[in-house]
Design a protein around this ligand. Structure first.
Ligand code: SF4
Length: 216
């Protein structure tokens, strides 16, 4: 089976139904996105934060928008939120290199405000194309803004958590954004429960098992 080797030497295996071309397709798409001027966020960004991770990932994680550290580095979920996300993923049995991480909007909204409707609409094709290439088995959506955007609703987070929801044939689970957990540490328990719900489903559909068997 075709394998994919990261810079750090970690070997990841493509999911069934995906191809080695995912890696180069994502790289090409990221190069195109760097030049994007489709909304006014292009005027104030330092970097387009396209997304990163395993191009063959079974799990995609989608957040809201880059913050200051992401804008400066060009990478999603760095800084304290990123560290917390890495910790909770590890607790659920995933490494960061195993998943694919991106946001619904690729450039930082000034002052960390919520992205506006026209910015979300302008950026949506990049997200859809990313997901078409990676073809994750499961998507974990972080936070109310990302979930409301993806599902085009105005529901409270509490009404969307704790269950699987189908979107564009993707099986999605919704939980808190790590920034919310940093602000309210008492959310950690529910956060871990949400992620374990996603992990349990992922293992039930056989993805994790397949990946581990392929590694042996
Ligand atoms: S936020 Fe999205 S649509 Fe707007 S400039 Fe950045 S990449 Fe383009």
């Amino acid at each position: 089976m075709q394998s994919f080797l990261f810079d750090n030497g970690e070997r990841c295996l493509p999911q069934v139904g995906n191809t080695a071309s995912s890696s180069s397709e994502l790289e090409l798409l990221a190069e195109k996105a760097k030049e994007c001027q489709n909304c006014t966020l292009a005027e104030t960004r330092l970097n387009v934060v396209f997304g990163e991770g395993n191009p063959f990932a079974g799990v995609a994680i989608i957040g809201e928008a880059p913050g200051a550290e992401e804008n400066a580095s060009g990478r999603p979920f760095v800084g304290r939120s990123g560290q917390l996300l890495d910790t909770i993923l590890k607790a659920a049995g995933f490494s960061r290199q195993e998943v694919y991480i991106c946001n619904i909007v690729k450039c930082r909204p000034p002052g960390n405000r919520n992205p506006l409707k026209d910015e979300i609409k302008s950026c949506r094709p990049w997200l859809l194309k990313q997901l078409q290439i990676v073809k994750p088995k499961v998507i974990l959506i972080l936070g109310k803004v990302a979930a409301n955007t993806i599902f085009e609703n105005r529901l409270a987070l509490g009404a969307m958590r704790g269950k699987m929801t189908i979107w564009n044939e993707f099986e999605c689970f919704i939980t808190f954004h790590p920034a919310a957990v940093l602000r309210n540490p008492h959310l950690k328990k529910e956060w871990l429960e949400d992620i374990q719900l996603m992990t349990g489903h992922y293992e039930t559909v056989g993805c994790k098992k397949n990946a581990r068997e392929n590694e042996n």
